[in-house]
Design a protein around this ligand. Structure first.
Ligand code: KG4
Ligand code: ZN
Length: 365
């Protein structure tokens, strides 16, 4: 019997309100019929970070609009949706609640199944949405809110090999940009400066490289950069254009070195599982960094592992990944009901010890 499933996905866990509709027939490649994202960057910009109350209110206002726009873009009516999937955590609780309430309303009104999705599973399953990557694969989530290595064994089965114990790399890029008077988001502007700089002039720390395992730390890096900046200012009264480029190059080189070494270690653990088609997938805004990408590609090549990165629009927060993760759960028979709870914390790997620290998105999942 042929089964075509059309799933509506909702995402509202941080500062992007999103709705998407995907469709999959049997084992064909899934199709994204619509993916709408309304960012809130302008609302939070004056405060220098995401303000949870402002985010929650904006999500509550924008969710309906996103759903309507997604329906319009897909040419579908609500009656053609088979199930609604929603991010039920981890994330800023007000925003997650807005999404869960909206999804419950749709599920009850349309009498269709409700599926709660872990936001991190959404990111982690994206390589299957875009490239039908087979399990098990190694995943590096690296963004403004996340940084962790996961082995994906199945739609709801992940092993976390390690993650950041404090800042996510994207936050470190953003803070570095702020310290050097560069525009936000910091990643692209620091990368552009780094291209013009000498990565050897400043040697910044490579935190936790001397410790075994795949955990990472990025907050000390920004403190080291601050000290180096202040030392130059104390000596010369200010930063030259070249000083700034060299600081960016040194900072980026440290992030690249840490991610490369931790990736080597994660690959060792993953390869030991004897995957028939070994793949490393990266996702998250920081995966757009060309230096990081090039280094990870080369680490993969040295280890006989295929490297893949979803297109950027699907690497950053979106609802297509939530709809897809919902579809995978649905196909496995998972259903939620009105008791579905919004969860601020929700580790993908329940057996891994909690990561310390709290970043832009709150405590690390
Ligand atoms: O995944 P994402 O869009 O959003 C969340 O984390 O919610 O990631 C955004 C992060 C920002 O911190 C931004 O500075 C960083 O990704 N980023 C980059 C680059 N492009 C974006 N970091 C380094 N290099 C880049 N080219
Ligand atoms: Zn995310």
């Amino acid at each position: 019997m042929s089964t075509t499933l059309t799933i509506l996905g909702l995402e509202s866990s941080c500062d992007d309100t999103a709705a998407a509709i995907i469709r999959q027939s049997d084992n064909d490649a899934p199709e994204i019929l619509a993916s709408v994202v309304h960012g809130q960057a302008d609302l939070h910009a004056p405060f220098g970070g995401v303000v949870p109350e402002i985010a929650a209110r904006a999500h509550a206002e924008k969710l309906d609009i996103c759903v309507e726009e997604a329906l319009q873009a897909s040419g579908l009516a609500l009656s053609q949706i088979d199930a609604v999937a929603v991010t039920a955590g981890p994330g800023l609780i007000g925003g997650v609640l807005s999404g869960v309430m909206c999804a419950k309303g749709l599920s009850a009104a349309l009498n269709i199944p409700l599926i709660g999705v872990n936001h991190l599973a959404g990111h982690a399953l994206t390589p299957r949405l875009t490239d039908q990557v087979a399990f098990p694969y190694l995943m590096l989530l690296v963004s403004g809110g996340h940084c962790q290595f996961l082995i994906a064994h199945g739609p709801e089965s992940f092993t976390r090999l390690g993650g950041t114990i404090d800042d996510a790399p994207g936050e470190a890029f953003d803070k570095t940009a702020r310290l050097l008077g560069l525009p936000q988001p910091g990643g692209p502007s620091v990368q552009a400066e780094a291209l013009k700089g000498d990565p050897k002039r400043f040697t910044f720390p490579r935190p936790l490289l001397n410790r075994p395992g795949c955990d990472m730390s990025f907050s000390g890096l920004k403190t080291a950069l601050l000290r180096a900046r202040d030392a130059i200012i104390a000596e010369k009264g200010g930063l030259t254009v070249q000083d700034r480029a060299d600081l960016c190059a040194g900072f980026q080189a440290a992030v690249v070195a840490v991610l490369a070494e931790k990736t080597r270690r994660a690959l060792l653990v993953y390869i030991a599982e004897n995957p028939s088609q070994p793949v490393l997938a990266v996702a998250g805004g920081v995966a757009a960094n060309t230096a990081i990408r090039a280094e990870l590609e080369s680490v993969c090549e040295q280890n006989g592992v295929e490297f893949t990165a979803p297109p950027l629009a699907l690497c950053t927060d979106n609802a297509a990944m939530i709809a897809y993760a919902g579809l995978e759960r649905y196909r496995e028979g998972a259903r939620d009901d009105m008791s579905l709870q919004a969860r601020p914390r929700w580790p993908l790997d329940q057996t891994a010890p909690a990561l310390l620290g709290s970043g832009k998105k709150g405590a690390k999942a």
